[in-house]
Ligand binder design. Structure first.
Ligand SMILES: C[S@@+](CC[C@H](N)C(=O)[O-])C[C@H]1O[C@@H](n2cnc3c(N)ncnc32)[C@H](O)[C@@H]1O
Length: 277
């Protein structure tokens, strides 16, 4: 499938906004409404987690599926399958323990929960509203007997989780909504909870130009920024080339706790191995 990425746009630049508005005039009113709402939410919630939690509350009230980024139920199902198929193809096994950071309303979590042994799925999220929606998904799918753990979190220190426990840690479309200090916090702590041979896969909105954000909702990073951050915490980071072939708008990095050869070295996009742990 062809890539849908526009890797050079600076969506925060006025010129880009004007060009976009001229090309898509019908989208302007909705964007302005969203910008106005977000401005108010940013004013009333000064920290990012509080702000984004408020964004999720507002979006989830309208539609939990749209709140996690799927405009239709079919798209919601497809995005769940995409995440599940990718990890299955990368060696996910029923006996593995999985931590799903920013699990949302279990778009993919429902597939992981069904597949993994009972009690092996841990989903965490900053949004109580989306976790309530997650419980509804769980019930609708009849997955009660799999006893997944669904936990509200305020930060990504992962301090309530045990050492060396998870074979797979996963964050799909979470860092695309996160400023750098939140990503840094996660990378500083994820190594502790990874089991030997375990890995952490996360997606991000990639840019080859200047890093920017839109409405403090969507954050665009260069691959080197994130791999260097991981390396700085003693983690190895690999850009996953084969994810690019799946037609998703974001890119994916895999982090593992293997020793980084030569402090500070990073893996550049497109030049990495994609062999699997
Ligand atoms: C676009 S949704 C994706 C949900 C899920 N990963 C999926 O693919 O269906 C992003 C989710 O991440 C959560 N989130 C955002 N920032 C977070 C953070 N710092 N820690 C934990 N969850 C976060 C949001 O509340 C939301 O449920």
């Amino acid at each position: 499938m062809a890539s849908r990425k526009n890797l050079h746009a600076d969506r925060a630049a006025l010129a880009h906004k004007v060009r976009y508005a001229l090309a898509h005039p019908h989208r302007v009113p909705a964007h302005l409404r969203r910008a106005g709402r977000n401005r108010w939410l940013a004013f009333t919630h000064r920290d990012h987690v509080g702000y984004y939690r408020a964004v999720m509350a507002s979006d989830t009230r309208r539609s939990p599926e749209a709140a996690v980024g799927s405009p239709t139920h079919e798209a919601w199902l497809q995005l769940g399958e995409l995440q599940f198929d990718y990890l299955r193809a990368h060696g996910l096994e029923p006996g593995h323990r999985m931590l799903d950071i920013g699990c949302g309303n279990l778009r993919a979590g429902r597939r992981f929960i069904d597949y993994l042994d009972s009690g092996h799925y841990y989903g965490i999220d900053i949004s109580p509203d989306v976790l309530v929606a997650a419980k509804r998904t769980l019930t609708a799918e009849g997955l009660q007997s799999k006893l997944p753990h669904l936990t509200l979190t305020q930060d990504l220190t992962l301090d309530f989780l045990p050492d060396a426990h998870f074979d797979v840690v996963h964050a799909h479309s979470v860092f695309s909504h996160s400023p750098l200090p939140i990503i840094d916090e996660c990378l500083a702590h994820v190594g502790r909870v990874l089991a030997p041979g375990g890995f952490f896969d996360f997606t991000f909105d990639r840019t080859l130009g200047s890093e920017h954000h839109v409405l403090r909702e969507d954050f665009y990073y260069r691959t080197e920024t994130l791999t260097a951050l991981a390396n700085g915490h003693g983690l190895r980071a690999r850009f996953m080339d084969d994810w690019e072939l799946r037609g998703h708008g974001q890119s994916k990095i895999r982090v593992s706790a293997e020793q980084v050869p030569g402090a500070g070295s990073s893996v550049a996009a497109g030049h990495s191995q994609t062999s699997l742990p």
